[in-house]
Design a protein around this ligand. Structure first.
Ligand code: IMP
Ligand code: MG
Length: 172
């Protein structure tokens, strides 16, 4: 039987919010160029929409982190797709993510990026599930703060399904 998806954030609302984020980032990075580090796979839908609405010069890079839950409660993050140091050093870097959940992935990715000496480093996430944090982590640009429901769509998957939904939904 097909899953039922309840719309949590409709497409029009996402579009409006992405325009606002792009405008805010544009004004805060005026006169600079920005390198967007898109975390695969989920954030690419959001990152493309954001990039198209930004007017400062941008460069796009892609990273992929994989998390493994060990026997301890601290997940280990490894990079499945990494980038050369010269894509980061001296650059104004914004990591673009789909959702911040426990905070483990971004805390690790941000440390890895920081070690490569960017001129500046920020995190932009479409969604923030703040109440799910296991490690302390704050994003700099957040589209929407949501509760602890598992969400799909706009790049987010459930077992690789539903990434292409044009809205954010909850599987019921
Ligand atoms: P965390 O912040 O390290 O826990 O992990 C964030 C990653 O977990 C995200 O990049 C997503 O890939 C995945 N994730 C967390 N919550 C959800 C969700 O509600 N739907 C789909 N993927 C999720
Ligand atoms: Mg992700």
């Amino acid at each position: 039987m097909a899953d039922t998806i309840e719309v949590l954030i409709p497409e029009e609302q996402i579009d409006t919010r992405i325009r606002e984020l792009a405008k805010q980032i544009d004004s805060e990075y005026a006169g600079k160029s920005v390198t967007l580090f898109v975390t695969l796979k989920g954030a690419c839908f959001f990152a493309c929409e954001l990039a198209k609405r930004m007017t400062v010069p941008i460069f796009m890079e892609y990273i992929q982190a994989a998390s493994y839950e060990g026997t301890s409660s601290t997940g280990t993050i490894t990079m499945k797709l990494d980038v050369p140091d010269d894509a980061v050093a001296g650059k104004h870097v914004i990591i673009v993510e789909d959702v911040i959940d426990t905070g483990r992935t971004l805390a690790a990715v941000k440390d890895l990026m920081q070690a490569r000496n960017p001129a500046s480093l920020a995190v932009c996430s479409l969604l923030d599930k703040h109440e799910c944090r296991v490690v302390p982590f704050e994003g700099d640009y957040i589209g929407f703060s949501i509760g602890n429901d598992f969400v799909v769509g706009y790049g987010l998957d459930w077992d690789q399904k539903y990434r292409n939904l044009p809205y954010i939904g909850i599987v019921r």
